[in-house]
Design a protein around this ligand. Sequence first.
Ligand code: UP5
Length: 194
Amino acid sequence: CCRVQPAIFFVLGGPGSGKGTQCAMIAKALGWTPICVGDLLRKEALQNTLRGNWIASIIDEGNIVPGYVTLGLLSQAIERERRKGTQAILMDGFPRTLDQAIAFEKQVGRCIAVLYLDCSLQVMKQRLLQRGLSSGRQDDVARVIQQRLETFERQTSQVVEYYRQKGLLHCFSGERAPDEIYKEICERIQQEES
Ligand code: UP5
């Protein structure tokens, strides 16, 4: 019952900046656990209930699901990991707003660091349009991609500033090959640990 909380790293960046790709690579290398918040929400959206349909409609407009819903799902997921004795969690794509960042701090705790993937809007858009050809994700279509990019600029950039001011932000250029980005992130994590 008395296991310590896993260390939490937030992985942020615009839609298509490579958060999921990097989380998978780092998690595999370091034995950490990735939690893709978008996946948790998409799973909920599949439930054919009022709540599920409501979440689906928000995602399909490229908007942000209210923090209390996301935090509820996240708290359960973190608790499952805590019971398993997970050492560290890579939180892929959360928090999306400043309110969510502050609510997480109050309800769950502090993150250790924030890994931010910096990518131009053009590159992100191109990647998502390309992925949309085969991903089957309903939000990987031009109209919703545009909306997701705007939502990111309007809301999530404030979160990035918040962590920059706290000195927790680690910025990486997300426009290089996945392997290069991954190596730089791992080096930075090792520096932090030593
Ligand atoms: N790719 C990746 N890295 C590359 C590289 N270095 N070079 C070239 N190509 C690269 O990658 C996207 C695509 O780019 C892939 O085809 C990949 O091969 C290629 P990925 O690693 O998936 O990027 P990622 O940043 O994870 O993109 P994703 O589309 O998953 O980001 P989103 O933030 O849009 O999606 P997410 O699943 O997190 O959220 C979806 C929706 O859920 C949100 O729009 C929102 O409506 C909702 N949501 C909330 O409301 N609250 C939350 O807290 C989280 C989500």
